[in-house]
Design a protein around this ligand. Sequence first.
Ligand code: AMP
Ligand code: MG
Length: 405
Amino acid sequence: MASSILEALEIIAKKIPTVDKEIIPIEMSVGRIITEDYVAIFDLPRFNNSAMDGYAVKVADAGGKVSSTEVIYAGDNPSMTLEEKHAIKIMTGAPIPQGCEAVVPIENVSMQNDTLTLPSDIKHNGFIRMAGEDIKKGTMFLKKGEEINAYSIACLASQGMTHVTVTRIIKVAIFGTGDELRPHFEKIEDHQLYNSNSPMFLTRSQQLGCDVRFIRTSADTIEALESSIRSTLDADIIITSGGVSVGDKDFTKKAFTNLGMQVLIDKIDIKPGRPTIVGSINNTVIINLPGNPLASMVNYELFIRAIIRKMSGSKNHRHGVITTTMKNDFSVRGGKYAVVLGSYNGENFEALTSQMPGMVSPMKKADGLLLITPEIKMLSAGKTVRMIPIKWEHARDEEVTLFTD
Ligand code: AMP
Ligand code: MG
């Protein structure tokens, strides 16, 4: 029986396993998912230091004249003690000396010979960066399941951490099915067709951080399909397209079942892309998408993207939405749980005028998609809609309402 879109996403959220982990240098870790919490092993900053180029002073000297002969630079380890009626010149990042109660920025003092006139309003601890005010020793600064970016790497480096534990890269294997298909780098006859789905899944999966392998397109026989499947079973995910409908030569499901596939999702109540199958053989997750390019793309973005996120250990494995408004009226056939692809300009959503399941050209124009219920027949200009982005990741850790009502 077909699963609803939300049931299929819930099965993915619950049943898809996470790959194991590895330790890598932090410089190599952008885009990877960390597998444990990281806790600060010391205060950041480690010591009280000056936030400005200025003078270390006593609050009691505010508005008065003080003498200044010494300087503390960043990197110094000062041993002097600041006394009243004195100031010590200090640079940004330099340790605060004993006895210093505040720093006065250089532009707020007037200087004559070695004598300074201080401003009258000096606040206690003013312009001092206190130890631990950024990251306190013992606090968690990165959480298990977070995706690492340049800024989390800055946090790791600031703690002197050289390596990080992350989930390993997901191995994806891809093959198309269909006697009519030829690779895009060969000459074809008029009755033949280039396989556009496999290069699409290959590059999209690479973009999502996977290590991807494409093997030859399989012919439409059980034997050829089984042979293709056998050569991909070492992957974490196998993605196929075609041969999942009710045609005489649609043997994809049969071939996978012959080799032991346990079916998790058998058809999804979605237009386009109903014949989609998700299953597993041992630890390998299998996704059979329909052959129609746009149908397979929609199902890739909705389901395979969620599978990859879940398998990567990301805590943000659920789709997020952007609430926006329709730019123009758009009528839909209604009666089905359906997807509407469109472009998004930061202000509103413009449905693609032509988006038939067998098309290739609309895909690249789609910034996002709407999920709509069977009752919806018209999306009027100005109507509030929920868009699941395609061109960028906006994944969340909690469930949000995905359908436009
Ligand atoms: P199927 O699901 O095998 O019945 O295929 C449905 C339609 O999608 C047919 O018109 C196929 O020729 C086409 N198709 C199947 N696989 C691909 C592919 N890899 N690239 C482009 N078109 C495809
Ligand atoms: Mg086919």
